[in-house]
Design a protein around this ligand. Structure first.
Ligand code: AMP
Length: 255
């Protein structure tokens, strides 16, 4: 696996790479959910590219950015093990050089639900993803259903801007206790983790009224049926200083 830091190096490496190219954008701190995306890309691609970039533009809260878990050496070993061919781990300056001022924002979807609680979040996500797509020029990109609204944002952006890339969405991976895997889970104390289990249990009802009742007493930001493809029951809660999101699809796959 090649670990590359510049746009120029990625472009040079990909000039010779066999197609199709599958691409998995990430913020690192890998867990089995990320590996499932690498595996899906590996199955369908001759070259697998992943990016590891904790994107400052999608964090409204500087403390959240600061506390985001980072372990590049471990991530690089896991990516290599999972068959990633190129891991692109740029600096913030490589992605946002002096004078950067072009942004992608989604007027309605970007301000809805997650976007209402995290203003500017999807502007950061959409912009960094389109940049990464332009650098890698993949045939397909792989995203997790765990971040259902992010999937919807990417789908809408690809469609609105006629970006010729296939979007593949993979089911949410959960720990045996039901908690959706997330890089942020390492920040949960044992008691916060026990409290957090109310989130998957409430969503498993697939009923917003029952889910809201089951989350009573927690710091709930929203519990809503969101009209995505497929529709999901989605929720965000704060437990022990950690913000957790999760969702269950209401049609189709049961992930
Ligand atoms: P992140 O590094 O958290 O930005 O996530 C990178 C990708 O992994 C995104 O497409 C996420 O939706 C996906 N992902 C995160 N957690 C999970 C999970 N538990 N199961 C499946 N995919 C996930």
């Amino acid at each position: 696996m090649q670990l590359l830091r510049t746009v120029a190096d990625v472009r040079a490496a990909l000039r010779r790479a066999p197609r199709p190219v599958g691409f998995v954008p990430t913020m690192g701190a890998f867990h089995a959910g990320h590996v499932s995306l690498f595996d899906a890309a590996r199955r369908e691609s001759s070259t697998v590219v992943a990016s590891l970039f904790v994107n400052p533009a999608q964090f409204g809260d500087p403390a959240d950015l600061e506390k985001y878990p980072r372990d590049e050496a471990r991530d690089a070993a896991m990516a290599a093990e999972a068959g990633v061919d190129i891991l692109f781990a740029p600096t913030a300056v490589e992605m946002y050089p002096e004078g950067f001022e072009t942004w992608i924002s989604l007027d309605t979807l970007g301000a809805y639900l997650e976007g209402a609680f995290r203003p500017g979040h999807f502007r950061g996500v959409a912009t960094v993803c389109l940049k990464l797509f332009n650098v890698v020029q993949p045939d397909a990109v792989y995203f997790g259903q765990k971040d259902a609204q992010q999937v919807e944002v990417i789908r809408r952006m690809l469609r609105d801007l006629d970006v010729p890339i296939r979007l593949s969405v993979q089911p949410t991976l959960r720990d045996p206790d039901g908690l959706a895997m997330s890089s942020r889970n390492v920040r949960l104390s044992p008691s916060a983790r026990a409290q957090a289990l109310a989130l998957p249990r409430a969503l498993a009802t697939r009923d917003p009224v029952r889910a809201r009742a089951m989350l009573d007493g927690l710091d709930v930001e929203y519990v809503e049926v969101a009209p995505f493809e497929p529709p999901v029951l989605a929720a965000a809660v704060r437990v022990g200083g950690v913000r957790l999101i999760d969702n269950v699809p209401l049609e189709g796959s049961q992930s």
